[in-house]
Design a protein. Structure first.
Length: 113
């Protein structure tokens, strides 16, 4: 059984919401003020702030405050554990499918003889 990584759980939780994913997509273009991030969502500012706090807690974004303006920026390297986990899962499933393919090929050869 795979080890339980609490950071990975935080990341997947943060990525599980479509609003948070759309915020990350916007931040991939560059830093943005909170009000810029809130406008396209149609959500009230406190709700957007909660989404941002989830993203920040997971380490996916960093925020900075300058006077009354809070700016958010993407932290792309925070996605490394997700990518690593997904790559490991892909390797496991590709190996399983390769074994299944070998088994089916063997059965077909046996039946044709």
């Amino acid at each position: 059984m795979a080890k339980h990584d609490p950071d990975l759980s935080l990341l997947f939780h943060a990525l599980s919401d479509p609003t948070r994913r759309s915020i990350l997509t916007r931040l991939a273009e560059g830093p943005a003020r909170v009000t810029e991030l809130a406008d396209p969502t149609g959500l009230r500012l406190p709700t957007v702030m909660r989404h941002l706090s989830v993203l920040e807690e997971a380490g996916l974004i960093a925020t900075a405050k300058d006077g009354r303006v809070r700016t958010c920026a993407l932290v792309p390297e925070a996605l490394t554990p997700v990518r690593t986990w997904l790559d490991d899962q892909r390797a496991i499933w590709e190996a399983r499918l390769d074994r299944l393919e070998d088994y089916v090929t063997k059965l077909m050869k046996e039946r044709s003889q």
